[in-house]
Design a protein around this ligand. Structure first.
Ligand SMILES: [Zn+2]
Length: 190
């Protein structure tokens, strides 16, 4: 493999270890030309099968883009987004298959996103699950409330927050009207 510093065509592996979770191998390499060291990470390739039937490599970046759109204007940090995308990748890889449907990637986003921000979750779910009416939102919100009561979890961002003084109806409007054209909507990854 090329040295990323001087582009020398070869490098020597000086250390090699499996990561704690066993899903990848880190190799420490030394360039014999410039003497600098660098690390490579080897993971099993993971392909995503799109609805068209075409496959492409799993991309954490694509997950990030979709989720970031759903989180616009929400109190969510880039750090939290990065951790969410990592969780999504881990749960998709945990299925153990080398190929997953784009649909499964979207599914893997829902749970961690709900924990992160319920409004963003509703936005993402409305696109991903193709909500067609207010009733679809109501059903999703009813479910959220029921689970919150079951777990005793404090309302995370629903019904409060300066950005959404009127609570859910506003969020619903946002998800419907705010998405405008398809290009602007919080699209599920892939
Ligand atoms: Zn070099």
């Amino acid at each position: 493999m090329h040295c990323p510093f001087c582009r020398h065509g070869d490098s020597r592996v000086i250390d090699s270890r499996t990561t704690d979770d066993g899903t990848s191998i880190r190799r420490r390499r030394l360039c014999p030309e410039c003497g600098r060291r660098f690390t490579t990470i080897e993971t099993a390739s993971l392909s995503v099968v799109k609805r068209s039937g075409a496959t492409e490599p799993f991309s954490r970046q694509k997950v990030l883009v979709g989720v970031r759109k759903a989180c616009q204007g929400r109190p969510v940090t880039e750090d939290q987004l990065a951790r969410l995308a990592q969780r999504v990748e881990e749960s998709v890889r945990a299925t153990g298959s080398a190929e997953v449907d784009a649909h499964e990637v979207g599914l893997a986003v829902l749970e961690p996103l709900r924990e992160l921000d319920e409004v963003a979750y509703l936005r993402f779910a409305s696109v991903y699950r193709a909500f067609e009416s207010l009733e679809d939102f109501e059903a999703a919100i009813t479910l959220l409330r029921a689970e919150r009561e079951a777990t005793g979890r404090e309302p995370a961002h629903l019904g409060g927050g300066a950005a959404y003084p009127s609570g859910m109806p506003r969020a619903t409007e946002d998800a419907l009207a705010g998405s405008g054209g398809a290009a602007d909507s919080p699209a599920p990854p892939h």
